[in-house]
Design a binder for this molecule. Structure first.
Ligand SMILES: *[C@@H]1O[C@H](CO)[C@@H](O)[C@H](O)[C@H]1NC(C)=O
Ligand SMILES: *[C@@H]1O[C@H](CO)[C@@H](O)[C@H](O)[C@H]1NC(C)=O
Ligand SMILES: *[C@@H]1O[C@H](CO)[C@@H](O)[C@H](O)[C@H]1NC(C)=O
Length: 295
């Protein structure tokens, strides 16, 4: 903004300086994509705080902040600059996102989980004067930008599955396929979690999230597991029979208790694991991934 005020003899010096600008590139991104954040048109060697704030779907405020000093050109670049204080220190290009925590005074035991994958997390990033914190009352906002973080890329299709007793959601990448596919199993917390499958589909995999307890559409009481091997077999079969799925490239991923049905599918249900494709991984005893094939 180049605005020149000429009021009589008074020419305001500050009117020749462009206002501070905060940019995020890309401003709309997938949740696993890096966002580059930069501030410009600031005073040189000047202390600033960059602060991220967002509301979870339950309405709780999550935030992170970090202290930077502008360089001799009056810029900051979170991809290369070091934070000297706040939620993290050092060079952490995505620090504002991974360091998000419930704001001071929030309810206890909050967990950040996206239920509706058809909407993004809206994360407001603001640039504040001085080294401060979001909880401090006196704060001067110099610039701001709102970023969108998505699990579902444009063109990904979300299909609710209630067939062959399966309670699940299938995500398909854009295009005709055939796609490699994943069967996505979560833990004893139950319900139907879709965000990992949505992201798989955003990255080119058909993915079926399946509920096996704690869901109203499943038979029996919600607090126990009332389905067995045949249920998981049908879910796997559903992917194999899908016309847009490459039946020889289907993997299973299990988290927490989901590791148990994952291993059963791999070892006892009768699907052959292709040793050439098999990728088996257990991190902190909670995740198993493998690629199975009937060939
Ligand atoms: C983010 O900014 C928008 C637009 O200014 C505002 O409506 C929303 O409440 C802000 N969110 C947070 C968490 O402050
Ligand atoms: C200041 O940082 C900006 C953004 O990283 C960079 O383009 C510019 O060259 C830097 N200026 C100096 C003097 O280091
Ligand atoms: C910010 O830093 C990154 C990493 O050093 C660099 O690739 C990028 O060009 C910098 N941006 C600017 C505007 O200088």
């Amino acid at each position: 903004m180049f605005v020149c005020f000429l009021i009589g003899e008074v020419r305001r010096k500050s009117s020749f300086r462009q206002s501070p600008l905060l940019t995020a590139t890309p401003v709309r991104a997938l949740i696993d994509e890096q966002i580059s954040i930069k501030g410009r048109f600031l005073s040189q060697n000047y202390p600033v705080t960059v602060c991220a704030q967002m509301h979870s779907e339950e309405g709780d405020l999550w935030e992170a902040f970090a202290h930077y000093t502008t360089n001799a050109s009056g810029s900051i670049n979170l991809t290369s600059d070091h934070s000297v204080g706040g939620s993290y220190v050092g060079c952490e290009p995505m620090g504002l996102f991974w360091a998000l925590e419930p704001a001071l005074g929030s309810r206890e035991g909050l967990r950040l989980r996206k239920r509706n994958v058809e909407t993004p997390y809206m994360v407001n990033i603001s640039l504040l004067e001085g080294h401060t914190s979001p909880s401090e009352g006196q704060r001067t906002e110099l610039a701001a930008v709102t970023t969108e973080r998505w699990y579902m890329a444009p063109g990904v299709r979300r299909i609710e599955i209630r067939q062959n007793n399966i309670v699940g959601t299938l995500f398909l990448p854009p295009g005709p396929g055939p796609f490699p596919a994943m069967l996505d199993l979560w833990g004893m917390g139950g319900g139907l979690l879709e965000y990992r499958s949505a992201l798989f589909a955003s990255r080119g995999f058909a993915s079926l999230s399946v509920a096996y307890m704690g869901h109203k559409d499943l038979p029996g009481p919600q607090h126990i597991m009332s389905v067995g091997d045949s249920y998981f077999k049908s879910a796997f079969q559903l992917l194999q029979d899908h016309c847009q799925v490459d039946a020889d490239r289907i993997g299973v991923i299990g988290l927490s208790y989901g590791v148990v049905p994952t291993l059963r599918i791999a070892t006892t249900i009768g699907f052959k694991v292709n040793p050439k494709l098999a990728c088996f991984e257990i991190c902190n005893m909670i995740i198993t991934v493998l690629f199975a094939s009937e060939k």
